[in-house]
Design a protein around this ligand. Structure first.
Ligand code: PLP
Length: 380
């Protein structure tokens, strides 16, 4: 089996497993206990908070732990829509993850406003002029992702933030896919709200964060008010082991991101080279934009992606975004980029990860060539 679907989820890095197992022993409630067992859990959560803060170059007080990026997006988007009176509208990029799009829909509905969707070009880059047209003083927040989960296309946040700020709106960046795979620029760390997720960076599932400064925190309405944990913004007993693992995974990203990125770029180029030598009719979606080096979204002209995947069951890639695979609608990301239903249905996402080896990419590239050729022959 060759797993090349790391944008969907990553395995826990073996190096953090022992600490993760030990943290299972810190079962006491980190929020409400004044005894030593509770304090031990508090210390673990606070160490993790510092590690995540270091990764994002922010204050630990800015880190609000959640169960993942979906929940962080709900808190950021719904919380800001409800917490900004007189600004009921939200602006989102057309290729945002459904976690962001659906949270924005809910936030706008609850605030009595609307969601305005920003067009993207054929490479998946936000149309800056359209964005400028959509942002006005009725908008509480603008959400544009740092990097796209399907195509790896990286957004120019440095061009977008000034427009958002000019209108006094909040800038929200979904950095779930960028972290560990792309450069976290100062423009990204400076934004008002950032979301990220542990299971995309070789940490355990069940942890993520909303990064938001104290000033903006005051204007967020909590979605899970609960017992007032996480500065009153996310109630509920802490998932201490997952948070510990998230912190350690973040620390590894800080140490290893540069070398990981260089290695993945080399491997992705190898895949592209091998496919290009053996097959014609390949299109790289997002080719004209800056992209995450680990992600290749390839259209094999005339070969249905589901059929390609079915004829190479030992190679795990995905057609469209993983979160949509159960539904057979074409990817909203590719259709927003102007691809037809057929073009989208012939597109495969290959995403490499930290464990990927040269041998694996060779096996996968060979399998893809064979599968695409077979599907094309059967379709002719
Ligand atoms: N945002 C992006 C860009 C993603 O790729 C994902 C997961 O696929 C999410 C948000 C949701 O993350 P989580 O699984 O932590 O809720």
């Amino acid at each position: 089996m060759v797993y090349l679907d790391y944008n969907a989820s990553t395995p826990v890095d073996q190096r953090i497993l022992p600490a993760l197992m030990d943290a299972q022993g810190a079962f006491a409630n980190a929020a409400s206990s004044h005894h030593a067992a509770g304090q031990a859990a508090v210390e673990l959560v606070e160490e993790a908070r510092e590690r995540v803060a270091t990764l994002l170059r922010r204050s630990p007080q800015d880190i609000i732990f959640t169960s993942g990026a979906t929940e962080a997006a709900m808190l950021g988007l719904v919380g800001a829509a409800l917490g900004t009176p007189g600004r009921p509208n939200l602006v989102v990029g057309a290729t945002e993850h459904k976690a962001v799009i659906n949270a924005a829909q809910l936030g706008a509905r609850l605030a009595g406003g609307e969601v305005r969707t920003v067009r993207v070009d054929r490479d998946g880059l936000v149309d800056i002029d359209h964005l400028a047209d959509l942002v006005d003083d009725s908008v509480s927040l603008v959400a544009v992702m740092a990097a796209n989960n399907e195509t790896g296309v990286i957004s120019p946040i440095e061009k977008i933030s000034p427009i958002v700020r000019r209108h006094g709106a909040l800038m929200f960046v979904d950095a779930t896919q960028l972290i560990g795979k792309g450069e976290i620029t100062d423009e990204i760390t400076d934004t008002d709200l950032i979301v990220c997720s542990s299971h995309k960076i070789y940490g355990p599932k069940g942890a993520g964060a909303l990064i938001v400064n104290r000033h903006v925190q005051k204007n967020l309405v909590p979605i899970l008010a609960g017992g007032g944990q996480e500065r009153g913004l996310r109630g509920g007993t802490h998932n201490t082991p997952s948070i510990v693992g998230f912190g350690l995974a973040a620390e590894l990203v800080v140490k290893e991101q540069r070398s990981d990125m260089a290695r993945l770029e080399e491997l992705a180029n190898k895949v592209l080279g091998m496919l290009g030598t053996e097959l014609d009719g390949i299109e790289l979606n997002g080719a004209g934009a800056n992209r995450l080096s680990n992600t290749l979204n390839l259209r094999f002209v005339g070969a249905d992606a589901e059929a390609v995947m079915a004829s190479m069951p030992h190679v795990h890639v995905s057609a469209g975004s993983a979160c949509q695979s159960a539904v057979t609608t074409p990817s909203h990301v590719l259709t927003a980029m102007g691809r037809s239903e057929t073009e989208a249905s012939e597109s495969v996402r290959i995403s490499l990860g930290r464990p990927t080896t040269t041998q694996e990419v060779q096996v996968a590239a060979q399998a893809i060539c064979t599968a695409v050729t077979r599907v094309r022959e059967l379709t002719d």
